[in-house]
Design a protein. Sequence first.
Length: 118
Amino acid sequence: MGAIDLLVDEVGSRFGMNNAKAGSLLTAVLSLIQDQNGLGGFLERFRNAGLSDTVSGWLGGAASKPISGESVQSALAPNTINNIASRTGLPRATVTSALGFIIPKLAHVCAFCGSPYS
C-alpha cells in the first residue's frame, strides 16, 4: 500500500467517511494543486495567508501537523471549498477540517517522495 492509499485510509478513519469519499476529497486537492501549476503555486496560497513558517515545516521534514479549518478558509477561496463540498457530497465544515489534515500530509509526501504535482 502506497503513501496515498494510507492517507486515504487515515482520512476516512479520522473523519468517519468511507474510502470513496476520502478518495474524492484527495482527488479534489490534487486537482487544485494541478490548477496552481504544481505544489509550489498551491502552497503559495498558504504562505500568502500567513502560514509561511507552517509551510516551510511541511517541506523541511517536520511532522505534518494539521492546520485549522479557519487557516484553510484563509488560503482557499470560499467558492473553492464550496465546490469541493458539492463534488464530494460532504458538509463544508467536514471539508475544511479534512483539508486541514490532508494538505500538510500531502505536501510532505509530494516534497519527499517526488510527485508530478511538485
